[in-house]
Design a protein around this ligand. Structure first.
Ligand SMILES: [Zn+2]
Length: 313
C-alpha cells in the first residue's frame, strides 16, 4: 500500500482494520462458497473445456424490453460458486446448448417450463406467434457477422440505486441498445454476480465511505486490505461457449478494459475476440445527453490512470 497517495488519519485506519478483520462482523466475511457437486451438473452436458468451469443453464425466459426487442434471460449454475450468473440474449439465433440438451427424464412439459421450448400444441391457445420459439436450428440464423457481446459485472449501486459514482448503469443500457440496433439484432450480455469488482456490496459501501474522505476507487480498496480488482471471468467464457459464441466468426466485445479481453478469450482462446468496441460514457458521445459529474469524472480518470482502461472523455 502506498502511503503518499492518500493521507488518512491513523485513528481511522485502526478502526477500519478492526472492522474488516473482525470475525464477529458477518458483513466483513466473504460470501460462503458452496460449489455445486460435479454430479449436480447434468452429466450429459460436456464442459466446453477442461480448463473452464462447468456451467449449466437451468432456465430461460423471454422478457419484453424498452429497447424495441425481446430479451431472453438465461440463468446459469456452475461448479465453482453458488451464484446465479445470467446471460441476457437478444435475437433468437443465440441458443444455450446445455438448456436444450435432451435429458433422460425430459417431457414436453419439463422442456416448456425451463424454456427449452415455449410452445406445446393446445397448451396455451392464446400464445401469440411472436412469443413462440423452438430451438430447431440453433445458432444457424446468425450469419457471418460477429455478434456484439458485453461481459458485465453486477453493480447494485449503479444499476438499481441510480448511483452516479460509476458508469455501470450507463454501460449496461448502452450495451443493450447497441445489440438491438446492430444489423443482426443478435448479441449477449453476460451478467456476472461479482459486485464491486468482486469485493461484495458491504465492502463496496465501506470503500465509498473512504472515497468520501478523499480516497479514489483504487486507494479505498487498498486501505480496506481488499483486491483492487477481484473479479474472474472463467464463468463468462464458459457461458459464451455454451451459447455457441466460441470459435468463428468470434465476438465484438464491448469494453474499455484491455485486461478483460484476454480474460474473456479464455485459457485456450475458446472465444475469438474479433473486435474490441469502446464504451465511452453516454454524456461524452456525440449527441449524448447530460454531463459528467465531478465524482464520475474522477472515478473514470482513476480507471484510466491506475487500471489501464481506455476511455474517451
Ligand atoms: Zn458500478
Amino acid at each position: 500500500m502506498s502511503s503518499n497517495i492518500f493521507k488518512i488519519p491513523t485513528r481511522m485506519v485502526s478502526i477500519i482494520a478492526v472492522e474488516v478483520v473482525s470475525s464477529s462482523d458477518p458483513l466483513s466475511i466473504r460470501a460462503d462458497i458452496r460449489p455445486l457437486q460435479r454430479e449436480q451438473i447434468h452429466p450429459e452436458v460436456a464442459a466446453p473445456s477442461d480448463t473452464l468451469p462447468h456451467v449449466y443453464c437451468i432456465v430461460r425466459a423471454r422478457l419484453p424490453t424498452p429497447f424495441g426487442a425481446d430479451m431472453y434471460l438465461h440463468l446459469y449454475k456452475n461448479e465453482i460458486d453458488d451464484k446465479e450468473h445470467l446471460a441476457m440474449v437478444f435475437g433468437k439465433s443465440i441458443v444455450s446448448a446445455s438448456l436444450n440438451h435432451q435429458r433422460p427424464d425430459d417431457t414436453e412439459l419439463s422442456r416448456l417450463k425451463r424454456g427449452a421450448v415455449n410452445h406445446i400444441p393446445n397448451f396455451a391457445q392464446d400464445a401469440s406467434a411472436d412469443t413462440l420459439w423452438t430451438p430447431q436450428s440453433p445458432n444457424a440464423q446468425r450469419g457471418s457477422e460477429a455478434p456484439l457481446v458485453r461481459v458485465h459485472s453486477e453493480c447494485f449501486t449503479g444499476e438499481t440505486s441510480w448511483s452516479l459514482r460509476c458508469d455501470c448503469g450507463d454501460q449496461l443500457d448502452t450495451a443493450a441498445r447497441r445489440i438491438v440496433t446492430s444489423p443482426s439484432g443478435s448479441g449477449a450480455i453476460v451478467y456476472l454476480r461479482q459486485e464491486g469488482r468482486g469485493i461484495g456490496l458491504a465492502n463496496k459501501l465501506r470503500a465509498y465511505n473512504l472515497q468520501d474522505q478523499g480516497a479514489d476507487t483504487v486507494q479505498a480498496n487498498e486501505y480496506l486490505g481488499l483486491p483492487v480488482d477481484g473479479r474472474t471471468f472463467g464463468v463468462a467464457t464458459a457461458i459464451l461457449c455454451d451459447l455457441g459464441l466460441g470459435g468463428q466468426p468470434g465476438i465484438r466485445l464491448m469494453t474499455n478494459n484491455p485486461d478483460k479481453v484476454a480474460s474473456i478469450a479464455g485459457p485456450r482462446n475458446q472465444i475469438h475476440v474479433q473486435e474490441v468496441c469502446p464504451m465511452p460514457p453516454s454524456a461524452c458521445r456525440k449527441g449524448g445527453e447530460g454531463s459528467l459529474s465531478n465524482e464520475l469524472m474522477a472515478y473514470l480518470q482513476t480507471k484510466v490512470q491506475k487500471l489501464g482502461h481506455s476511455i474517451e472523455m
